[in-house]
Design a protein around this ligand. Structure first.
Ligand code: HEC
Length: 188
């Protein structure tokens, strides 16, 4: 009996060690390998649209998502400047997050300091400085719109950067434009 068991174990081990990689190995518990339910992306004869994963109902939005009532374009960018205000206060946490997001999403083109000297400018048109008078004059909402929908040669970032991060980036850009004044000691 003992011998027969050892033989079985050896056989099983050997079956699991098939060397020919071009062929599937022996399946000794096939039920565990072939899934009984439909796979998420497999066609499905039981659903209306023939897909296993049903499409969300029309107009579905993710939790916490606030739809934006604006579309792309310069007119809409100007409207964003008039109608949107930054919902966050410029706390140290907000600025820190804005800094991280700016470094990730904007610095490759705009440079870590916003001067327009990012790494890709060796092969990509140099963007205007974010510390220049024009950028300084842009209202917060318009910068939010530029990040969301892009502008001219700048691609849209609405699908990459969360709305809350866009607003935090706006605060960070403002902090670069107006660095806090440190008290200068008067000479004795
Ligand atoms: C792929 C490179 C690229 C990336 C990434 C990028 N930008 Fe830009 N950005 C540009 C270019 C180029 C322009 C000039 C667009 C134009 O008007 O043709 C521009 C313009 C702008 C302007 C308008 C400046 C002005 O004075 O008119 C703002 C504000 C701005 N970008 C902010 C950002 C922020 C914030 C991010 C990160 C979320 C970002 N950009 C990411 C390339 C980029």
């Amino acid at each position: 009996m003992k011998r027969a068991m050892t033989g079985c174990v050896v056989l099983l081990l050997a079956a699991g060690c098939e060397q020919d990689e071009s062929k599937p190995n022996y399946e000794y518990t096939p039920d565990m390998v072939s899934s009984v339910p439909y796979d998420s992306f497999a066609p499905n004869p039981n659903t209306k649209d023939g897909k296993t994963l049903l499409s969300p109902a029309k107009g579905t939005v993710p939790r916490g998502y606030k739809p934006l009532h604006l579309t792309a374009g310069t007119e809409e960018a100007a409207r964003a400047g008039r109608e949107l205000t930054n919902p966050y206060a410029a706390s140290p946490e907000v600025l820190a997050r804005g800094h991280v997001a700016f470094t990730r999403y904007c610095s490759p083109c705009h440079g870590t300091g916003g001067l327009g000297d990012g790494l890709v400018t060796a092969r990509f048109p140099i963007p205007p400085s974010l510390l220049g008078d024009h950028a300084k004059g842009l209202p917060d909402g318009q910068i939010f719109h530029i990040i969301t929908y892009g502008q001219g040669l700048m691609p849209a970032h609405g699908s990459q950067v969360l709305p809350e991060d866009r607003w935090k980036i706006v605060h960070f850009v403002r902090s670069m434009q107006n660095p806090p004044q440190t008290a200068v000691k008067e000479k004795p």
